[in-house]
Design a protein around this ligand. Structure first.
Ligand SMILES: [Zn+2]
Length: 240
């Protein structure tokens, strides 16, 4: 049941969120030799303004786009949970699904959407972030949480850090200066989401956006996160 561990698990509500949130950092981690896997919670079958688009066809297109982006970034594996778009709920079943994957892949770092963004925020993003935080702690950690998972050989696992993108309270800026181009290329794989809407200066706007996240740092471009160390570890020095 336990598969080859991956140091980083990115859990994304929809195909494309991870590329906006963390792709530059993913590309850097892969260059550094870390194994990264993606878990895509919904099938994204409502992400279109084309009223004639068939949901099954859209799901197929978006999975292909996600696979193309992941391949470009060097992500080892993409797991599609295929929940219908806009239907995620904080249920015991969804939480257990995430716990199972955490125990299978034993990541040191889990990356997802910040559930605590106020006001207008996609419900799937809020629910994904909340369920992932709960799955990391305490459910993935405690052997008595899911005796049946233990019987299947899925041992408790302690995730070391959780990184949340789209946070209103970022406390860590990850240097993506050298991987910004590959992030842009990965974003461009999501043609169904961006292609028709791109202004001519889209890339400049993106660069400006990620430059603002690096403000105060000695590098040009950053992805910003709220980074939480899970409390069973002693404090470590900040990473570069
Ligand atoms: Zn999304």
């Amino acid at each position: 049941m336990v598969t080859k561990p991956a140091q980083v698990m990115v859990i994304t509500p929809h195909p494309d969120d991870a590329e906006f949130g963390v792709a530059g950092t993913v590309a850097r981690w892969v260059r550094e030799g870390r194994e990264v896997i993606y878990v895509v919670c919904t099938n994204g079958d409502k992400g279109t303004s084309d009223a004639n688009m068939n949901p099954e066809e859209l799901m197929r297109i978006r999975e292909q786009e996600q696979l193309a982006a992941a391949k470009l970034l060097g992500v080892r594996e993409v797991i599609f949970l295929r929940h219908p778009d806009q239907t995620l709920e904080d249920t015991p079943e969804f939480r257990k699904e995430i716990v199972r994957l955490i125990r299978m892949y034993q990541p040191e770092i889990v990356v997802t959407a910040d559930p605590y963004r106020r006001y207008i925020w996609h419900r799937d993003h809020r629910i994904t972030g909340q369920v992932v935080l709960d799955a990391v702690f305490p459910y993935a950690r405690d052997s008595l949480s899911y005796p049946d998972l233990l019987e299947q050989g899925l041992q408790p696992h302690k995730v070391r850090e959780v990184w949340l993108w789209a946070s209103e309270d970022p406390n860590y800026r990850s240097d993506i200066t050298d991987t910004f181009d590959i992030k842009v290329a990965a974003l461009r794989c999501h043609k169904s989401q961006i292609e028709n809407n791109l202004p001519p200066d889209w890339e400049d706007q993106l660069r400006q956006w990620f430059r603002s996240m690096a403000e105060g740092e000695d590098f040009e471009l950053a992805e910003a996160f709220h980074q939480a160390e899970v409390q069973w570890r002693v404090a470590r020095s900040p990473k570069k």
